[in-house]
Design a binder for this molecule. Structure first.
Ligand code: 5RP
Length: 216
């Protein structure tokens, strides 16, 4: 997918930013375009809450102040990308291993704007392997439970440690017909920190990068 599609989506999301806002900022290559566009707003916003060390670095490089979510309270806006998006704006996220902080900020935000290129649109979630962040000592236990629960194939994302010091299992070969139910079930496995299904709290608006961008 061309970077232009990601750039069109990232730049369009700027239209949702308002003076004085604290902006929740996701992670990934599409969000990088949003951060670059947000730089022009740095003196008009009150700061940003970041979902990863990667985004924090980019925000600070632009001179945008990064704030602690514990000090900000509820955010009015969160902008983030996704690995898959269904027609109900439910998402798979976590390709960049930032799913836990992303889910926290999505939950803390009144409005979640998801920015994607057209390749991310699917009818049924699951073609993209579903990321699950796990406590290291529970890796094998959680993998066995995921296999039994979902019928998919969990694969350890070897070499990746999340910003929270945890591991990622990617569950392959899924066709997720009940995303809310699967999110709830996976969350109940001991050792799971979070699952990259954003179904209980889907995006409120999806921007698909094109010229002109499509707002869903
Ligand atoms: C990171 C994410 C990203 O939003 C997702 O992987 C999409 O990334 P990109 O914009 O680079 O395609 O969930 O954890």
């Amino acid at each position: 997918m061309s970077n232009d599609a990601k750039r069109f989506a990232g730049e369009k999301a700027i239209e949702f930013v308002e003076d004085g806002m604290i902006v929740g900022v996701g992670t990934g290559s599409t969000v990088a375009y949003f951060i670059d566009a947000l730089a022009a707003w740095k003196d008009r916003i009150a700061g940003a809450v970041s979902s990863s060390e990667q985004s924090t670095k980019r925000l600070r490089a632009h001179g945008i102040e990064v704030l602690d979510l514990n000090a900000t309270g509820t955010l009015s806006l969160y902008v983030d990308g996704a690995d898959e998006c269904d027609p109900h704006r439910r998402l798979i996220k976590g390709g960049g291993a930032a799913l836990t902080r992303e889910k926290i900020i999505a939950e803390a935000s009144e409005r979640f704007i998801c920015i994607i290129d057209p390749s991310k649109q699917v009818d049924v979630l699951g073609r993209f392997p579903l990321p699950v962040e796990v406590i290291p000592m529970a890796r094998s236990l959680v993998a066995r439970n995921l296999l039994r629960l979902t019928g998919g194939q969990p694969v350890w994302r070897d070499g990746v440690v999340t910003d929270n010091g945890n591991l990622i299992l990617d569950v392959h070969h899924l066709s997720i017909v009940d995303p809310v139910g699967m999110e709830r079930e996976i969350n109940q496995i001991p050792g799971v920190v979070s699952v990259g299904l954003f179904a209980r709290r889907p995006a409120d608006v999806v921007i698909v990068g094109a010229d002109p961008p499509r707002v869903l």
